[in-house]
Ligand binder design. Sequence first.
Ligand SMILES: Nc1nc2c(c(=O)[nH]1)N[C@H]1C(S)=C(S)[C@@H](COP(=O)(O)O)O[C@H]1N2
Ligand SMILES: [Mo]
Length: 435
Amino acid sequence: MRSAAEPRTGRLARLLATPPPGPFDRRVWRSPLRGPWLASVLSVALLVLFGLAAITGYLSNVAYQPGLGTNSVTGGGLDRHLFGWSWPTSPAWLYAFTQGVHVVAGVAAIPILAAKLWAVIPKFYKWPPVRTPAEVLERLSIALLVGSSIFLLLTGVLNIAYWYQAFLGFSFVPAHFYAAFVFVGALLAHLVLKLPVMVRAFRERGVLRPLLEDTANTKPEPFREDTSAPLEPMAPTISRRGLLGVVAAASGAFVVLLGGESIGGWARRVSLLAPRSESPGAGEGGFQVNKTAAAAGIDPREVGPDWRLEVLGARTLTLDRGALHSLPQHTYSLPIGCVEGWSTTQRWTGVRLRDLARMAGVPAPGRMHAQSVERVGQFNQATLNREQVVDARSLLALKVNGRDLPLDHGFPARVIAPAVPGVHNTKWVARLTFS
Ligand SMILES: Nc1nc2c(c(=O)[nH]1)N[C@H]1C(S)=C(S)[C@@H](COP(=O)(O)O)O[C@H]1N2
Ligand SMILES: [Mo]
């Protein structure tokens, strides 16, 4: 018995002692720049950006309540107010701002995440892969962290680029939302596990010293658990300072090229990779159009002279354009702030939603459901919460910048309300239901 078992454990021990060829061989990863200090510096940047993205992502989810999937005015689906609070209507630019921060932070994180993965890649090919149950858990948390962060950045970029319908077989909002839970959980676990490594790296090498001291720029800084005999380090092709400079420049370039539409102004004009980078004035009516009437399949006859607005409440009203224009009109400058990060502020004129609610016999509306003439598409209906409906600036807009709404911007009437996600600004409205 004994003599038969021994060679087998001997084989196992040998297998565990000698890494297989390929990336498990330490000699493959020879850059002297890799190590705990570089990983820590990149981690600090990622923590700030991912922290901002997580907070603003959570805020966006709150702003999306009542959920888009809410087909009935009584709610359902994702419809709930997390922690008992609902999204405010002031300041009017709040959603445009938080969502701009979300997109810019996510986009800026892409090159930094790539650099971070590069800095720690030898650890992914540790041999043996795990030694203790604690290491199994640690590796699992890292797999979830890397997987979810790549998934979030990828789906986010596909969403901004309008590619997700073609590329993804699932709907963006719930996928991005639930992946964020995996991400935040794994990030917290990672923080707890790795904070000591970071603190030690900064204590031993200084926070900025490796950047400032030229001699330390290319000196190897092996990972602590890497106790095997030092290898001949590869001749450096770039200094640590140079590497971080390239990463920072790439991050900045990504922000400008892709995220510029969130920053606006000149940045929008140079955001060459962003689909909404047209200079103001490019779209019909002086500002860009998200989805044209043609793309939404709007038949011009449906929004012609025979168009009627139905208003449902305690009683049902049917109003034509003339009737709507004869009601008290109000004008406010309000942004459309899209989940994709871009925003545009225009002067909208129309009838207050709360006036329409009162006319329909609902003086204290709890919510409003808007339905579009548009038949297909996810965004042909939306629900506003109580604060959004009763706000004096919330309009059924008939005009923008003093002229009738262009067809592409929702003629004859669209919803416009302060600080709501752009997708709640339903265009080509056919019916409003107050309850
Ligand atoms: N009926 C309808 N309304 C809609 C949409 C749509 O696809 N169909 N898109 C929404 C989205 S996602 C945004 S960001 C805004 C964009 O408004 P704009 O096209 O006037 O820029 O309209 C919203 N209203
Ligand atoms: Mo949007």
